[in-house]
Design a protein around this ligand. Structure first.
Ligand code: IPE
Ligand code: IPE
Ligand code: MG
Length: 262
């Protein structure tokens, strides 16, 4: 059914990605960038096309942005692909996204390996189609030895669900006697989140013009710098990424403290 769309997928040769890094301080690149990939549907509608067309285009954008981020020296990209609330959408759209994910995770393995990209996932596996779970396992296994940028894909992800799950796991350990209440520190809590082992995002990017978090990485973005643009995700280019990083580099991160302690 979606064959035509997927057949038009073309591989972008690496050489096409020329980045102008004049405005970028390569010693102050965010280690972890979180992206709320929003605006796919509106992008498609604006061209008189169906919403799913925008999701297809958005998947292509992600590839380009991961490569650009890697070139910049970013270590982790967390990309919000499907939220725990996105099940509320029409079943045809949900099915299309699931199909797209499973195709993406098949067709991109070679490129991930060529570019040393390690794929990980955050979110709940509950409710995901078997085929998607299979492709996720396969992508993890196929890229686990890659040592380059980590592509952390948020699928059936919700920040509240993640926190609730951590609370339940911790409560169960307390009940079983393997953990004491007084030993619950930030580190212990973070070790119960899906993002265990990853640094917190330094920069959160939201394209699509909406100024909200939409349940993404609620705990982890405590001190992330936020950068938004009206540009829809399918139109988001490496130049926009550079704009975001450049803006990030102009920010003063205080973490509640003072920078000039006079
Ligand atoms: C983001 O784009 C992708 C998903 C949520 C799956 P949208 O589908 O939300 O596009 P808009 O925001 O309606 O334009
Ligand atoms: C956030 O976008 C989720 C993803 C990008 C996957 P939404 O389009 O679902 O968020 P809202 O509904 O505008 O808050
Ligand atoms: Mg949206």
């Amino acid at each position: 059914m979606f064959k035509g769309l997927f057949q038009t997928k073309k591989k972008t040769p690496k050489a096409e990605l020329a980045l102008d890094l004049t405005d970028i301080d390569l010693n102050n690149v965010p280690k972890h960038i979180a992206i709320i990939m929003d605006g796919n549907g509106r992008w498609a509608k604006a061209q008189g096309k169906v919403r799913t067309f925008g999701h297809q285009a958005g998947a292509e954008t992600l590839k380009t942005i991961v490569r650009a981020a890697d070139k910049l020296g970013v270590k982790v990209i967390s990309a919000y692909a499907f939220s725990t609330e996105n099940w509320k959408r029409p079943v045809t759209e949900v099915n299309f996204i699931m199909e797209l994910l499973s195709r993406y995770l098949t067709s991109e393995i070679e490129e991930f390996n060529e570019n040393n990209v390690q794929v990980r996932f955050i979110g709940s596996r509950e409710g995901l189609p078997e085929i998607v779970k299979e492709k996720m396992d396969n992508a993890i296994e196929a890229t686990k030895n890659n040592t380059g940028i980590i592509l952390n894909l948020a699928i059936n992800y919700g920040g509240q669900a993640e926190i609730l799950q951590a609370v339940k796991d911790i409560a169960a350990k307390i009940e079983a006697g393997s953990l004491n209440v007084e030993d619950i520190t930030n580190d212990v809590f973070e070790n119960h989140l899906y993002t265990k082992g990853l640094p917190a995002p330094d920069l959160l990017i939201r394209p699509g013009g909406d100024l909200r978090i939409s349940n993404f990485l609620l705990w982890q973005i405590a001190y992330a710098e936020i950068w938004t643009t009206d540009v829809y995700w399918p139109d988001f280019s490496p130049e926009h990424l550079l704009q975001a990083v450049s803006a990030y580099q102009g920010r003063e991160r205080r973490f509640g403290g003072l920078v000039n302690k006079k």
